[in-house]
Design a binder for this molecule. Structure first.
Ligand SMILES: [Zn+2]
Length: 121
């Protein structure tokens, strides 16, 4: 139920920022180390977002590659499978630079003025 919990967190964040306006588009940044199953995430987002300002919003997931950084020389490299060894310094202190992201990058909401203009009078 990993993706279900993440979906809850996303919908809460988005609805808070939307402040009652209808959300039309959501962009998420998801790091590769998160191992999120996108189809499962989209499935739960549709359920969790139902009857909230998120309902019907289009979703875009930006895939963030996993990048490690060596603490000795600041060398950074992208990894497919985690191997926490710097190619220049060998084994030592390295940290994950990117790949653990899970955040709402941006949302688009309905423009209230436009909505008022197109409303029947
Ligand atoms: Zn290094």
């Amino acid at each position: 139920m990993h993706e279900f919990d993440l979906s809850n967190a996303i919908v809460q964040t988005v609805n808070k920022h939307a402040a009652g306006r209808r959300v039309t588009h959501i962009t998420l940044r998801v790091g590769r180390l998160r191992q999120v199953v996108k189809d499962t995430l989209l499935f739960y987002l549709a359920i969790v977002g139902k009857d909230t300002p998120c309902e019907g919003a289009t979703l875009e997931i930006v895939d963030v590659p996993a990048v490690l950084r060596c603490n000795t020389c600041e060398n950074e490299w992208e990894i497919e499978i985690p191997a926490f060894i710097c190619g220049t310094c060998g084994p030592g202190a390295v940290e994950v630079a990117t790949g653990e992201e899970f955040m709402v990058e941006s949302i688009e909401v309905e423009d209230e003025e436009d909505a008022a203009c197109t409303a029947p009078r």
